[in-house]
Design a protein around this ligand. Structure first.
Ligand SMILES: [Zn+2]
Length: 362
């Protein structure tokens, strides 16, 4: 990475500061949206969900038409990275940004034509800005431009990217996955990933500790001690759960080039909340985050599909909707005679929907 001084004209400086303000506002609203969705519906929102809604966001907030789309996408990526850091225990829960902590913007797809011999750099939506290039550099290899305001001065960081994110692979193995009610997930290949016994045991002992705590006298030393122990056990189980989800997501991404799953956001609104266990839901959201990020790094794909009727529709292609309540574990089709596990049936439907999306994208 190279760092040069920038000397924006007064008007360009105003535009840059205005951009910081709007980016900070969007960052905070996107964070709030993630928190609210999780608290109210137990549903995690992901980067792709928020990115897909950028055009709608711009329509609702016309002032954002002055901000370049790469810059806005980068704002959402920063938020996403903050969550990844949090989930991987590298940082605390993402916080809202005040005006002093949002002082840079990033263009992720620089072009060689942005740089001129006279030492200026073109910043889309801002203009051509004077740059003090104190050493020669290879303009054609610059991929990322980051503009920063620090200690009253403007800087530009130029990053060369040598394929940090893997190019997209050809799809050879694809799978649909469904959140099982009894197991963690079922795949369209008929495989089941279970929550391991030790994790179930830890969760049970956690519940026991919780009950014991509630029986202790308020304000007593014993209660304080039990509370402390419970917190420790809680963190321990949360870590165990995360480790397991990392293992599952790695194993899935090793095997498949394309993984399809249900769109959680829609699912959360459709499902009866009393039926959805908060832990299962939280796990599902984390699994989605891990899969998304592993796919990106491996040049593979994760596709989210509309969840309507995935568990009822017969996956053999006969078009029959086989109604069944949650206790019925088998999908038995009266039309074509298909007889398989209900979650595997759903996973196959999810895969077919994902493949249809890939075909349409051409
Ligand atoms: Zn059928």
């Amino acid at each position: 990475m190279l760092r040069f001084r920038l000397e924006p004209a007064k008007e360009q400086e105003q535009k840059l500061l205005h951009t910081f303000r709007l980016c900070r506002k969007m960052y905070n609203q996107a964070l709030e949206e993630r928190i609210t969705s999780y608290r109210q519906h137990g549903v995690s929102i992901h980067y792709t969900d928020q990115q897909n809604r950028l055009p709608a966001w711009k329509r609702e907030h016309p002032e954002y038409k002055d901000i370049h789309s790469q810059v806005l996408q980068n704002v959402l990526q920063r938020l996403d990275q903050a969550f990844v850091n949090f989930f991987e225990k590298r940082a605390g829960f993402p916080s809202f940004k005040d005006k002093f902590c949002f002082r840079s913007i990033t263009y992720s797809q620089a072009r060689p034509s942005y740089f001129r011999e006279d030492g200026s750099v073109f910043l889309p939506k801002i203009g051509r800005v004077k740059m003090i290039a104190h050493q020669p550099f290879d303009a054609a290899s610059v991929k990322i431009i980051n503009v920063k305001f620090h200690d009253g001065r403007w800087y530009v960081n130029l990053t060369y990217v040598t394929e940090a994110v893997a190019p997209l692979r050809e799809i050879q193995n694809a799978a649909g996955i469904d959140l099982g009610l009894l197991s963690l997930i079922a795949t369209s290949d008929g495989e089941f990933f279970e929550n391991p016994q030790w994790l179930q045991k830890s969760e049970k002992s956690l519940k026991r500790m919780q009950r014991q705590l509630s029986r202790k006298k308020k304000g007593s030393k014993n209660r304080e001690k039990a509370k402390h122990e419970l917190q420790g056990a809680h963190d321990h189980v949360a870590n165990q759960r995360k480790d397991h989800l990392h293992k599952v997501s790695r194993s899935l991404m090793d095997r498949y080039d394309l993984i399809c799953m249900e769109d959680l956001q829609v699912k959360g609104m459709m499902k009866n909340h009393r039926l959805v266990k908060s832990i299962a839901n939280a796990s599902w959201g984390k699994l989605a985050t891990y899969l998304e990020y592993k796919a990106k790094n491996a040049g593979k794909q994760l596709i989210k599909v509309p969840p309507h009727h995935t568990s009822q529709l017969c996956s053999a292609g006969c078009g029959t909707l086989v109604k069944k309540d949650l206790l019925v574990r088998i999908h038995q089709c009266p039309t074509c005679g298909l007889d398989i596990d209900r979650d595997v049936n759903a996973a196959i439907n999810i895969l077919q929907r994902g493949l249809e999306i890939v075909r349409q994208a051409g």
